[in-house]
Design a binder for this molecule. Structure first.
Ligand code: GTP
Ligand code: MG
Length: 304
């Protein structure tokens, strides 16, 4: 990863770092390792949105390993905490599956305002920079402004946009976008969809229809299905994600807006409970602020 990306990551994770590692330092400084210290660490993790289940697992690990390895001070305990977090987060690293033939198809889902369209814009710019030809499918036909917003990103990033008018069937837009990408030999189709509450059954059905439409044209091609989660809502996103997962096969997660929040610790229970790879994280508004998720860099940015 480039140096500038690492510093952007650090900058973006500042608030979460304060919540997790700075608080850890404060409570563990000069303390002997005993049950009351573990209780304090537990509180730190819970406050940092790490969630009950993950916190329990981490505390059990610290308790057992510190005994085994005869750890004496907070500094060493901190290394143990880093080790455990890395262990959890490593399991959910993953990169985009673009398939073996052209075009790759990436479908974006998520609730209103989670950052789908912005993420598509950033990703589009990255693909174009790498020399790919990109099509953006304006399948959020719910709001007229959504189509305009995507067109702006298409222009900014150098992609082509396929759109219908407001109110059109999203699957019809997807059909045209994928078909035209096939006939023109484009590399990637990024599909923007309307924000939807995971509780609205007909909207979840709409996603299934979009997927069937893609499969009709490209039966062999995997459909990378990315759930975009708003990092500022912390572990509340877990239940949301579970219902999306029930409605359709989610193949990856992108967590956005980690720069604006102290709740970035939620990535830990997200990884642990959902078992879906986190493919990118958003740590700011700029194009380079959408970064591939790298567990080691993430933990380093949180602690060093
Ligand atoms: N700070 C920050 N802001 C972000 C990030 N990603 C998205 N945003 C902002 O979040 C807001 C909502 O983003 P959109 O991309 O419009 O969200 P959406 O999911 O497409 O929203 P709907 O189409 O209404 O469902 C915008 O103001 C974005 O600039 C991020 O990583 N960091
Ligand atoms: Mg949108």
């Amino acid at each position: 990863m480039f140096k500038s990306m690492i510093s952007k990551l650090r900058e973006g994770l500042k608030k979460t770092k304060k919540q997790i590692s700075d608080s850890f330092n404060t409570i563990s400084f000069g303390r002997t390792i005993d049950e009351s210290l573990f209780e304090d660490i537990e509180m730190v993790l819970l406050k940092a949105d790490v969630g009950l289940k993950a916190t329990e697992e981490i505390i059990n690990f610290l308790r057992e390993e510190s005994k085994k390895r005869k750890i004496k001070d907070g500094e060493e305990l901190r290394e143990l905490l880093k080790e455990k977090l890395l262990d959890i987060l490593k399991k959910c690293e993953g990169s985009l599956n673009l398939g073996n033939s052209k075009p790759a198809v990436i479908l974006f889902l998520g609730i209103n305002g989670s950052g789908k369209t912005t993420t598509i814009g950033k990703l589009s710019a990255q693909f174009v920079n790498e020399g790919y030809s990109v099509v953006l499918a304006a399948a959020d036909t719910f709001r007229a402004a959504a189509i305009d917003q995507l067109e702006i990103w298409a222009e900014r990033s150098g992609a082509r946009v396929v759109k219908h008018s407001q109110g059109a069937d999203p699957s019809a837009v997807v059909y045209d976008a994928v078909n035209s990408a096939v006939s023109r030999g484009d590399d990637v189709v990024l599909i923007d969809t309307a924000g939807r509450l995971h509780t609205k059954e007909h909207l979840m059905k709409e996603l299934q229809k979009i997927k069937r439409t893609i499969k009709k044209i490209l039966p062999e091609q995997p459909v990378e299905t990315i759930l975009v989660l708003d990092g500022t809502i912390g572990q509340n996103s877990i239940n949301q994600a579970k219902t999306f997962k029930e409605a359709t096969d989610v193949t990856g997660i992108i967590i956005t807006k980690l720069d604006g929040t102290a709740k970035g610790g939620a990535i830990i229970p997200i990884c642990q409970e959902l078992c879906i790879p986190v493919k990118f994280i958003g740590v700011g508004e700029d194009i380079e602020d959408l970064q591939p998720f790298d567990a080691k860099n993430f933990v380093d940015a949180l602690f060093d």
